[in-house]
Design a protein around this ligand. Structure first.
Ligand SMILES: [Zn+2]
Length: 380
C-alpha cells in the first residue's frame, strides 16, 4: 500500500473511532439517565421510610429494590398496603400512590405505600411503542418530573427470558416474557429470579397488611376497565365500595378474581398472604392500539381523536369523547376507589378502623389537577 493510502486509511479509522466514542458516550449517558429515579417527597404524614429489601435482603442495592413509605398512627387499627407502578407505563397508579405519600395523615391504623413496585420497569421503555421517557407536572412550587416506564422489568436486569414461563407454585405455563411481568410472578420465590424475588418481598409486605390494593391502567379497548377485580376474601369490602362509588356518580365495575388465573396480585396475595386483595384499572389511551402519536398531550391530557372515532364505532368498553381520559381524572378515580375501600372496611370492621385525614378529594383532583397536591421539586 502506498504511504498516501495508509495515511488516508488511518485517518478514516480515526474518524470512525471518534464517531464510535461519541455514539457510545451519548447513548451511555441516556442509558444511565434512565436509571435516575424521580424524586418523591415524603409528606408530613409519613412516619417511616424503608426499602423493599427489608422484606427480602437479596434485593438490597439492586435494580429491584424500591422505596416503601409508611403513614402510621399511634392507634391500633387495620393496615392497607397500596401498590403503584406494578406496571410502570400505567402512570395513574404511581401518581395516585405519590399523592397519598405527599398529602395524607393517618390517625388510626396504617397505610403502607409502594409507588414503584416494579422499580426495574421504570428504567426503560418499549422501543417499539415510542413512549415518552418522562413527563412533567406543573406545581405551585415548580415543575416535577415523573417516568413512563414499561410493563416488564428491564432485560438488562433479568435476562434471558425462557421460551415458556412456568409460574410458581401453580406450574401454569405462560409466554416467556411474562417472567419479567411482576403481576404474573406473585406470590414469588425467595430463591427465584429478580422479579420473582420482588414479588416474594411484596407478598411478605402483604402478610403484614390487612388489605392490599394494586393500582393499574389498561387500554380503553380492554374489557376489564374502570373496574375493581377482587379476591373473594375482599368481596364484602369491594362490593360496598363499588356501591358507594356509584352513589358518588363514579361508575366502577366489579369482577371476582378468577381462581385459575395465576400470578396476579388480586388472586395470590389473597391466597398466600391472607390479605384482602383488590386490583383497580383505569382507562389509559396512551397504552392503546388505536392511539395516534404518543405525545405528552396524550400521556397527560388523555385525548385522542382516534379513540373518539373508536367509541363512535362501538369498539370501546368506556365512554370516550373529546374530553378523553386525562391523567388527573384517572388518578382521582384511583384515589376515590381507595377512599371508598377504606370506608367500606371501616363500616365492616368498626373495632380496627383505618382513619385517613387530608385525603385528596375526587372533585378537587379532577378540577384542579395534580399540581396542587404535589410538593415543590426538591432542591438538588
Ligand atoms: Zn397493569
Amino acid at each position: 500500500m502506498a504511504i498516501a493510502d495508509t495515511i488516508r486509511s488511518n485517518k478514516s479509522a480515526l474518524a470512525f473511532s471518534v464517531a464510535a466514542v461519541i455514539v457510545a458516550v451519548t447513548s451511555g449517558s441516556i442509558f444511565n439517565a434512565m436509571h435516575q429515579a424521580e424524586p418523591i417527597v415524603a409528606g408530613a404524614g409519613v412516619t417511616a421510610q424503608k426499602m423493599l429489601s427489608s422484606f427480602e435482603p437479596s434485593l438490597a442495592g439492586g435494580p429491584g429494590d424500591t422505596p416503601v413509605f409508611e403513614i402510621g398512627s399511634d392507634k391500633a387499627g387495620g393496615t392497607l398496603a397500596v401498590l403503584g407502578g406494578t406496571h410502570p407505563q400505567e402512570i395513574a397508579g404511581m401518581m395516585a400512590a405519590v399523592l397519598l405519600i405527599e398529602n395524607v395523615k393517618v390517625t388510626q391504623g396504617k397505610l403502607i405505600v409502594v409507588p414503584q413496585s416494579n422499580r426495574s420497569g421504570f428504567t426503560h421503555t418499549d422501543p417499539m411503542e415510542a413512549y415518552l421517557h418522562s413527563y412533567e407536572v406543573d406545581t405551585p412550587g415548580g415543575k416535577r418530573w415523573f417516568r413512563v416506564g414499561m410493563r416488564l422489568a428491564n432485560p438488562v436486569h433479568q435476562w434471558p427470558d425462557p421460551d415458556i414461563f412456568i409460574h410458581y407454585p401453580s406450574r401454569e405455563g405462560m409466554v416467556g416474557h411474562e417472567t419479567r411481568n411482576l403481576n404474573r410472578n406473585h406470590p414469588g420465590r425467595k430463591d427465584g429470579w429478580l422479579v420473582g424475588r420482588v414479588s416474594y418481598a411484596l407478598t411478605q409486605l402483604a402478610k403484614t397488611s390487612t388489605m392490599i390494593f394494586d393500582l393499574h391502567e389498561a387500554q380503553p379497548e380492554y374489557p376489564v376497565i374502570n373496574k375493581m377485580v377482587s379476591h373473594e376474601n375482599a368481596f364484602e369490602v369491594s362490593a360496598t365500595a363499588q356501591s358507594n362509588l356509584q352513589a358518588r356518580r363514579i361508575p366502577m365495575g366489579l369482577e371476582k378474581s378468577p381462581k385459575n388465573l395465576h400470578g396476579l396480585s388480586h388472586r395470590e396475595f389473597g391466597d398466600h398472604a391472607n390479605a384482602l386483595s383488590i386490583l383497580a384499572e383505569s382507562a389509559n389511551p396512551a397504552m392503546g392500539r388505536f392511539r395516534g402519536r404518543t405525545s405528552e398531550e396524550l400521556v397527560i391530557g388523555g385525548k385522542d381523536v382516534n379513540y373518539v372515532k373508536a367509541a363512535q364505532l362501538g369498539r370501546l368498553f368506556v365512554r370516550f369523547d373529546e374530553s378523553g381520559w386525562p391523567l388527573n381524572v384517572r388518578v382521582a378515580r384511583h384515589l376515590a376507589s381507595i377512599e371508598e375501600v377504606i370506608n367500606a372496611y371501616n363500616e365492616i370492621n368498626p373495632d380496627k378502623q383505618i382513619i385517613v385525614e387530608n385525603f385528596p378529594k375526587y372533585k378537587d383532583v379532577v378540577e384542579k389537577g395534580l399540581g396542587p397536591f404535589l410538593k415543590p421539586p426538591p432542591k438538588v
